[in-house]
Design a protein around this ligand. Structure first.
Ligand code: ZN
Length: 308
């Protein structure tokens, strides 16, 4: 990436390769200091030069290790990785001789994160980087005695290499954002509506009340949540898959008003909802949106929401 580069699609930052030029001097699972871990040592165009690298996503400094010029960073929101996963990024950079990061400091995507260096390391100037696709900050030793994160992925599954000159990529499956299109959902069934956090949406359709949670006004609907009926029945469904009835109105299966006796039966009654909600969060992997209904967070398939 270049200085100041940003990449945001569907309201989510793409996790970019922090280097303008990438020459990998030691790859993942390397036989030297990367035994059993997914980490890359990267130098720039000319060996020995302490090139600047940039924040792959908007990141907060979680921990510093001044004796090795090392910093643990975490994305401030979920990001999109090169393998298509969307999750938090927790990552380590090391060997910056001029490391001046402060815990709590936030660096915007594209701004300077550090400089390549050789602090705490006897080999040449480089940046050591490893990435966990999770919020887990545990830093543990493996059977080779090498420190690493949980949920580490190889770097070609982590960062997008838009505007990175790959001088020596060690045969990795390096992808640009163009190779990982964002799935855009639309209409009742089709796939072309883009829902972002902050989008105003309505429920699109007539929904059966598949089951009522005993002693509550919460109902389950297999279509809206993807949760199987038996999971609801056995009360194994997550809290955010039980939907408050308050904003729903009883109708018949064609959407016409019925008795309106406020008595809704699991497996028999149909309901509609004409309220407008603000999308709180999206999850592209499951194509779901988080809404707040009557003070309760619920996750709904985006295909049954229409943006207004
Ligand atoms: Zn290394």
């Amino acid at each position: 990436m270049y200085k100041g580069q940003k990449s945001v699609r569907g309201g989510i930052e793409d996790f970019l390769c922090p280097f303008t030029d990438m020459y990998i001097t030691q790859g993942s699972l390397g036989s030297f200091s990367h035994q059993g871990i997914y980490a890359n040592d990267v130098r720039g165009k000319v060996a020995g030069i302490r090139y600047t690298y940039y924040a792959p996503c908007t990141s907060r400094c979680v921990k510093t290790y001044p004796e090795t010029g090392q910093v643990m960073w975490q994305s401030t929101s979920k990001v999109r990785f090169a393998n298509g996963r969307i999750d938090y990024a927790t990552y380590m950079t090391a060997h910056d001789n001029t490391m001046d990061a402060v815990v709590g400091q936030v660096v915007d995507q594209g701004e300077q994160l550090g400089n390549m260096g050789n602090k705490g390391n006897t080999t040449g100037v480089h940046c050591h980087i490893e990435v966990s696709q999770s919020k887990d900050t545990s830093w543990t030793k493996n059977s080779y005695g090498v420190w690493h994160f949980n949920n580490e992925y190889d770097l070609d599954d982590c960062y997008f290499v838009d505007y990175t000159n790959i001088l020596y990529g060690r045969g990795g499956n390096w992808r640009t954002t163009g190779k990982v299109p964002v799935i855009e959902m639309s209409g009742a069934n089709a796939l072309d509506q883009i829902i972002y956090p902050g989008s105003k949406v309505m429920f699109d359709g007539i929904f059966q009340v598949d089951i009522i949670k005993r002693g509550t006004n919460l109902f389950g609907n297999t279509k809206l949540t993807g949760v199987p009926f038996m999971t609801y029945y056995n009360e194994k469904a997550r809290d955010y898959h039980w939907i408050p009835l308050d904003d729903f109105t009883e109708v018949d299966q064609y959407g016409s008003p019925v008795g309106q006796d406020d008595v809704v039966y699991g497996g028999q009654s149909y309901v509609i909802n004409t309220n407008i909600y603000t999308v709180q969060e999206i999850d592209i992997e499951t194509n779901s949106a988080k809404l707040i209904l009557n003070g309760r967070e619920i996750w709904i398939f985006s295909a049954f929401l229409k943006e207004i």
